[in-house]
Design a protein around this ligand. Structure first.
Ligand code: IFM
Length: 444
């Protein structure tokens, strides 16, 4: 496929619908010498954790090349750009502002605003300062207070340059992958750890929202959650019941406290020792009103009944067709998930804050003809249109990612960019998908 085609009645054609693209600090910035170490530096320095043994020391050299990158973003014709602030770049170990780090973001935000591109800023996209992890990280309740303190300092420092703030990107990944499964930094494991980290992150979100409400009431303030819709492998009652448990455990666990002020029912099935410690008033803090909910969507998963005692479900391997990272391509799950989420909760307006695909790109004669990624975007943007036609209030869509970058435990081998990065030269080469996305936006 060479272009993205929306139906004539697609709500995405509305001129107010926001199209953007996204990155995060650790994945693109580099310039590690001018910030504090973070948990991902430590994880990258631990043998066997990153597929290609790489790290974020250089990444896409975005701190040096930000002007070129702003021009690149503008050349796509997007309305908005989603970036994250590196906590270890803007706050020193004593808790005071690092004015050099802040100056970088001020230049970047000014550059975006000068081109009419709305900055959507995420305050935490996984790069926890290492000295805070040394005090227990997200297992230590005080990290939630440290996050609120960071928010109270960085938000006034950025002034009126920001269109939207998200407190966190994907608490599931920080808590489950980082503290329960151990495949992301800081690599801790165990159900209790994962559930406790999630609780402290959601608490930090609520405390951060209080600061945003106080210091920046006119920006769109919210949170970004990732969801992987769960489908039963068969119509057997055991598989359906297991799928419902998976859905509670991996999806609703991170949204229900914010919307309904409690954890899903599966909490009662956890051993008492595995349940998070919750203090009186925590859920009220978490339930701070949201101006928007960011939804990140990539794939779905299928489930069957558990095969071992003590488990709630069996997660099955991804079905075909798959992207290069091994995730099933199943756009209809985006429609179905948004419609079901909308039925379940009283939601604020939604932005799709990430959607995209890692593909096995080939740079050939100066071009990357990623027809497969264009087809992925076509399928998902049309699935999003369908959800909106069914009544879901979606205000915008961000393609992940602007450019190839450090894909966490996969290193640089998996490429999600609209723009190809030649890491040897740091040359940026827009792929066919960049041209297709740009044509969609400019011709809507
Ligand atoms: O690269 C990540 C991003 O940092 C968070 N959401 C998922 C993307 C693809 O794995």
């Amino acid at each position: 496929m060479t272009s993205i085609a929306l139906a004539n009645n697609s709500p995405l054609r509305h001129p107010d619908f926001i199209f953007g693209t996204a990155t995060s600090s650790f994945q693109i910035e580099g310039d590690a010498a001018n910030r504090l170490p973070c948990i991902w530096d430590t994880f990258c320095n631990t043998a066997g954790k990153i597929a290609d043994a790489s790290n974020g020391l250089v990444a896409c050299e975005h701190v040096q090349r930000w002007q070129e990158d702003v021009a690149l973003i503008a050349s796509l014709g997007v309305d908005a750009y989603r970036l994250s602030i590196s906590w270890p770049r803007v706050i020193k170990q004593d808790g005071s502002l690092n004015t050099d780090g802040v100056a970088f973001y001020i230049k970047l935000l000014d550059g975006l605003n000068a081109k009419g591109i709305k900055p959507f800023v995420t305050l935490y996209h996984w790069d926890l300062p290492q000295h805070i992890e040394d005090q227990g990280g997200w297992l230590n309740r005080n990290t939630a207070n440290l996050f609120a303190d960071y928010v109270s300092k960085i938000v006034p420092a950025l002034g009126k340059r920001v269109h939207s703030y998200a407190t966190f990107n994907e608490p599931f990944c920080s808590a489950y992958l980082g503290y329960e499964a151990g495949v992301h930094a800081p690599g801790k494991t165990g159900r209790k750890n994962g559930r406790q980290a999630a609780h402290h992150i959601l608490l930090a979100h609520g405390l951060g929202m209080q600061q945003l409400q106080r210091l920046s009431p006119s920006t769109l303030n919210g949170i970004v959650l990732n969801f992987t819709p769960c489908y039963p492998a068969t119509s057997r009652a055991e598989d359906i019941a297991a799928t419902d448990k998976a859905n509670q455990y991996i999806n609703h666990w991170y949204i229900k406290p914010l919307m309904d002020g409690c954890y899903p029912d599966i909490l009662q099935e956890l051993a008492v020792d595995d349940r998070p410690e919750v203090r009186e008033g925590d859920f009220e803090i978490m339930q701070a009103p949201l101006d928007f909910l960011g939804v990140n969507f990539y794939t779905r998963l299928t489930y069957s009944a558990p095969s071992k005692a003590g488990e709630f479900y069996t997660e099955l391997p991804h079905l075909a067709p798959q992207t290069d990272i091994g995730w099933e391509i199943y756009p209809q799950a985006l429609t179905e998930w948004l419609v079901s989420l909308n039925q379940c909760y009283d939601l604020p307006p939604i932005y799709i804050t990430e959607n995209g695909a890692a593909m096995a790109d080939k740079l050939d004669d100066g071009e990357v003809l990623d027809y497969d990624r264009v087809a992925y975007y076509d399928g998902h943007l049309n699935a999003l249109s369908e959800a909106m036609l069914q009544g879901v209030d979606v205000k915008g869509y961000f393609a992940w990612s602007l450019m190839d970058n450090f894909e966490w435990a996969e290193g640089y081998q998996k490429r999600f960019g609209l723009v190809y990065v030649d890491y040897a030269t740091q040359q940026r080469i827009p792929k066919l998908s960049a041209k297709a996305y740009s044509a969609l936006i400019t011709q809507r």
